[in-house]
Design a protein around this ligand. Sequence first.
Ligand code: AP5
Ligand code: ZN
Length: 215
Amino acid sequence: TNIILLGPPGAGKGTQAKRLEDSRGMVQLSTGDMLKEAIAKGTDLGRRVEGIMARGELVTDDIVIGLIEAKMHDGAKGGFIFDGFPRTLKQADALGALLARTGQGLDAVIEMQVDDAALVARITGRFTCGNCGAVYHDQTHPTKVPGTCDVCGSTNLKRRADDNAETLKTRLMEYYKKTSPLIGYYYAKGQLSAVDGLADVDSVADAIASVLDKA
Ligand code: AP5
Ligand code: ZN
């Protein structure tokens, strides 16, 4: 099964992708995580994208298409979860071509619907485990032991450089201008399913599971 999680910053794409990895053996392909890793490692790519991401703008299509192409080479038994990709029509066309070339299909595109006010609260409360990538929130999903990751026990909990109200404004604008047209694009192909992203994490996971079981 190959699926796309589509939604604005803070919609819960990463949170649900991690759950699907655990419950279904799928493989998360997050272009945001790949880019952040390049920045952390100080690679050429990382240096090129650092400023763009700090401002909340999208990096060029060619960069992220190349990243996805490289990861798809390895294949995935349980299928891929595309998280934060595609984000433009050009990326969507490129993904379609990549899947076709490797003889794979796209089983569902899940639009995670949330409103802007909720996004601000989610983004500004978010922190993640620097070791295993688990995602938390100050109010809605704190760690059981303060300062310690529930999943792996690491105390390396971090906040993202682009998770501030100012940068979030740009990220949201980029989403509405460049990414939201994908909703119509996949709807027209009969591949779109919407879930209520404002529900609690378990309910969203259930809603996604029922889409996948029908796909
Ligand atoms: P990226 O890393 O993809 O960030 P994003 O799209 O802004 O998405 P987020 O990671 O912020 O949100 P999410 O939906 O994963 O939410 P999460 O699960 O963490 O991209 C970063 C940057 O990289 C971009 O700005 C761009 O510059 C560049 N980039 C990446 N891909 C690109 C591409 N394809 N093309 C061009 N540029 C690209 O949840 C958020 C918070 O809410 C957490 O604290 C979580 O605990 C909480 N939460 C989650 N679900 C719930 C729930 N149901 N109820 C209550 N709280 C919840
Ligand atoms: Zn961890």
